[in-house]
Design a protein around this ligand. Structure first.
Ligand code: PLP
Length: 492
């Protein structure tokens, strides 16, 4: 690896692009011999990704090394259990892979313990919930009854313990303030397992108000205090969150699924780095962290044993091919060029936010200091659903999102969430993001809400003025051509 390829913003733009190109072409030829439609869909997906302005805050483009690592015979191996302690024979190579991925994760985040088996962010959170229940509820109960595991409990003691498992409390950020479904909301198992209460943001500023979080924690006394978000455009002070957790005897769990790349790249340091403050930190590996689709749990040592029991407690057998790709992605994230990438994610989000505000658009919290921007599209007279569809017509891929106290509910919403990690990977800089803001404002200013069949105002239909989609696509195409995705990879 040369210095030039290490500092390249675009994974795959290094010395090995020709080899990667040959590898993808060879793979598609082999796949096409069995099911050509899958090979075709795979080619089409690359063409779509290359040809659109991807602004979905949770997506990115993994490097060819990460993508190629997943296509291996590790996919064929069962390896339930943990390194050196498997329920299947012949796991020595999986042990190598899992140990390396965990070691890179520990080094990358400065964490005492790392568990790299979760298949996704939701699964990582399930492992964390289980681990907290095991550490805080099960272990003391076993100690009280002087037994080693639950099978040794009498029926009556087991019933009592089951009752306790099901009667714990969780406090997390509300959905319309930017929290995630897995933080105790009813459509997710967490909302069925735990009694849940949520904390919102200040109604005036949209900012997290730690005094309100503390007041809610004192009143509710949760077992689990969750920090972390999917759509909050600001940094969080995790030292303060830990103080609140300690005061009420809660376990602090931080879900850094969205901003793990900014932690890895040392954009979030000190009180903004969750890892030293949280008892358990969970993450995805595929968003700003730019790895394969997957999950990760980091923990303080006292939670390590219970986290380790994630499989088979709540997880199926580990995806060893994905753990291998996590090791590769974490190794990439440990390079100096990743810190540069992470800083550019944040700088570009600033530029996007300023681009919106200077053109009169309203942002939740009036700005951003992380990787995402939440645009309140009610100022354009639109719902999130209408705005999302009009933008897609113009080749701008985003997703609609609730804003605090959203009047349009969780389906239609009043917001559009934008993220900078993916286009930053392509090499977009501040000027390009200012142009993106200009394009978005142009599309939304030229979109009018429609009516339903009865002639009443609709939250879904809309009309985009003639010519706007074409002119947006033409300008986007220039930007995308200037910053090609996977340069050097040419599918024949
Ligand atoms: N946690 C947060 C904060 C998220 O934003 C997401 C995904 O959107 C998840 C967890 C779930 O991740 P996954 O889709 O990998 O299960």
């Amino acid at each position: 690896m040369t210095a030039a390829s290490q500092s390249s913003p675009v994974p795959g733009a290094g010395d090995h692009a020709a080899a990667a190109s040959a590898a993808f072409n060879a793979a598609l030829e082999v796949i096409a011999a069995v099911e050509p439609r899958i090979a075709e869909a795979t080619r089409a997906e690359l063409a779509d990704q290359r040809g659109s302005l991807k602004l979905i805050a949770s997506e990115n483009y993994a490097s060819p090394a990460v993508l190629l690592t997943m296509g291996s015979w590790f996919s064929d191996k069962y390896a339930e259990g943990t390194v050196g302690h498997r329920f299947y024979a012949g796991c020595q190579n999986v042990d190598t892979v899992e140990s390396l991925a965990a070691e890179h994760a520990r080094e990358l985040f400065g964490a005492p313990y790392a568990y790299v088996q979760p298949h996704s962010g939701i699964d990582a959170n399930l492992v964390a919930f289980w681990s907290i229940l095991a550490h805080r509820i099960e272990s003391p109960a076993l100690e009280k009854h002087a037994v080693k595991n639950v099978n040794e409990l009498s029926e009556a003691d087991w019933e009592e313990l089951r009752h306790e498992f099901g009667n714990q409390r969780m406090l997390g950020m509300s959905l319309d303030a930017g929290g995630h479904l897995t933080h105790g909301f009813r459509p997710n198992i967490s909302g069925k397992m735990f009694h849940q209460r949520s904390y919102g943001t200040d109604p005036e500023t949209g900012l997290l108000d730690y005094d309100r979080v503390a007041a809610a924690a004192r009143e509710f006394r949760p077992l689990v205090l969750i920090a972390g978000y999917s759509a909050y455009p600001r940094r969080v002070n995790f030292a303060k969150m830990r103080e609140i957790a300690d005061e009420v005897g809660a376990t602090l769990m931080v879900d850094m699924a969205h901003f793990a790349g900014l932690v890895a790249g040392k954009v979030f340091t000190g009180d903004e780095d969750p890892v030293p403050f949280a008892h358990i930190t969970t993450s995805t590996t595929h968003k700003s962290l730019r790895g394969p689709r997957g999950g990760l749990v980091l923990a303080q040592q006292e939670y390590a044993d219970s986290v380790d029991r994630g499989c088979p407690m709540v997880l199926g057998g580990p995806l060893s091919h994905v753990m291998a790709a996590k090791a590769v992605a974490f190794a990439e994230a440990r390079r100096p060029s990743f810190a540069d990438y992470a800083q550019r994610i944040a700088d570009n989000a600033q530029s996007l936010a300023e681009g919106f505000m200077s053109r009169g658009a309203k942002l939740v919290t009036d700005g951003t200091d992380n990787h995402l921007v939440l645009l309140d599209v009610s100022s354009f007279g639109l719902t999130g659903r209408q705005a999302e569809s009009a933008l897609l017509d113009a080749g701008v891929v985003t997703n609609r999102n609730s804003v605090p106290a959203d009047r349009n509910g969780a389906w239609y919403t009043s917001g559009i969430r934008f993220g900078t990690p993916a286009l930053t990977t392509r090499g977009f800089g501040k000027d390009e993001f200012d142009t993106v803001a200009e394009l978005v404002v142009d599309v939304l200013s030229n979109t009018t809400p429609g009516t339903n069949k009865a002639g009443a105002p609709s939250k879904a239909t809309y009309a985009l003025a003639d010519g706007v989609a074409d002119r947006t696509k033409a300008i986007s195409a220039e930007l995308l051509d200037k910053h090609p995705l996977y340069p050097g990879i040419d599918l024949s």
